[in-house]
Design a protein around this ligand. Structure first.
Ligand code: SAM
Length: 282
């Protein structure tokens, strides 16, 4: 559908989390690749002022008659930098006891003093902290003693989790993502935070074969189940893992896949999502 809108002249096309729109927060978290972690989406397209609404709907219906275009609505908006507009909604946020995600363009708030501050520009990659799955993983990292440890962030997106781990004391982090834009965003964010020398990023095919004491993977339940052998092989004996991107209704499938390799698996919920964390069996 994005292609149809673009071919019909849309200047930009965005996906909006319907839940956010209902809350009037209207935070646009860019979904990279094929992993928008939302139940209902709103498709938002920007056209030149004066575009004929009736003709546009007619053309869209011809392109895809399977969508009920009568639910489409139009409104006139002030001109602005649309690709970046959502960043105005992105504010400093605290996770756990001490971890602060602070947008690159804002000042750290006074309350963040003495905390662990990660300066972030997600760019077009997923991961600003506004999504429940990211928040669940940040809370988990915040509660660990990461000093001197090596961390694997599988599905790193903006790099937010790897960067948080590094700022919380990890010695090094490896970020893996199948979207090259995510690797660029992670690298750039590490440089911005002055920790570029401690983060390595890889596509899955190039990722080093080794074990880590700490592994975090915020992907999707189906991908986590498919990746169980890889993630189990990457976690050292007694090492810890956190998995997210899992809807509450999918938790049992992920638990069943990981139980043979991990013990003490615990499910923590936030909104419709859960994190599953546990320890690698010896
Ligand atoms: C939900 S985002 C998480 C981003 C960030 N780690 C966070 O917690 O906000 C999932 C990321 O995993 C990547 N991804 C999805 N499937 C993958 C796979 N099979 N291998 C590697 N990366 C994958 C996506 O490109 C995306 O950047």
């Amino acid at each position: 559908m994005e292609t149809a809108l673009t071919e019909l002249g849309a200047l930009s096309v965005s996906l909006l989390d319907a839940a956010d729109a209902e809350n009037e927060r209207a935070i646009l978290e860019p979904g990279v690749g094929e992993t928008p972690l939302w139940n209902d989406i709103i498709l938002l397209a920007l056209f030149e002022h004066g575009t004929h609404e009736g003709l546009l709907l007619h053309a869209l219906d011809a392109y895809d008659g399977g969508i009920d275009w009568s639910t489409a609505s139009f409104r006139t908006v002030e001109d602005q930098d649309w690709e970046r507009a959502w960043l105005d909604q992105f504010r400093p946020m605290r996770f756990g006891a001490r971890t602060w995600i602070v947008p690159w363009h804002s000042e750290a708030p006074a309350e963040a003093e003495g905390g662990v501050i990660i300066r972030l520009d997600p760019g077009l990659a997923f991961g600003s902290g506004t999504h429940a799955t990211t928040a669940l993983c940040l809370d988990w990292l915040d509660g660990l003693d990461l000093r001197g440890k090596d961390v694997l962030d599988f599905g790193c997106g903006s790099g937010i989790l790897a960067l948080a781990a590094l700022k919380l004391g990890a010695a090094s982090a490896v970020g893996v993502d199948n979207d090259p834009q995510a690797l660029t965003a992670s690298h750039d964010n590490a440089e911005r935070n002055g920790i570029g020398d401690r983060l390595q990023v890889y596509l899955p095919a190039d990722e080093p074969v080794r074990r880590y004491p700490v592994v975090v993977a915020n992907i999707l339940a189906t991908a986590l189940v498919a990746l169980v052998d890889t993630l189990a092989a990457r976690t050292e004996a007694a090492g810890v893992i956190a998995l997210s991107g899992i809807l509450q209704s999918q938790a049992d499938d992920v638990l069943a896949a990981y139980e043979p390799y991990f013990e003490g698996l615990t499910v923590t919920a936030r909104e419709d999502w859960v994190r599953i964390d546990g320890r690698r069996r010896a």
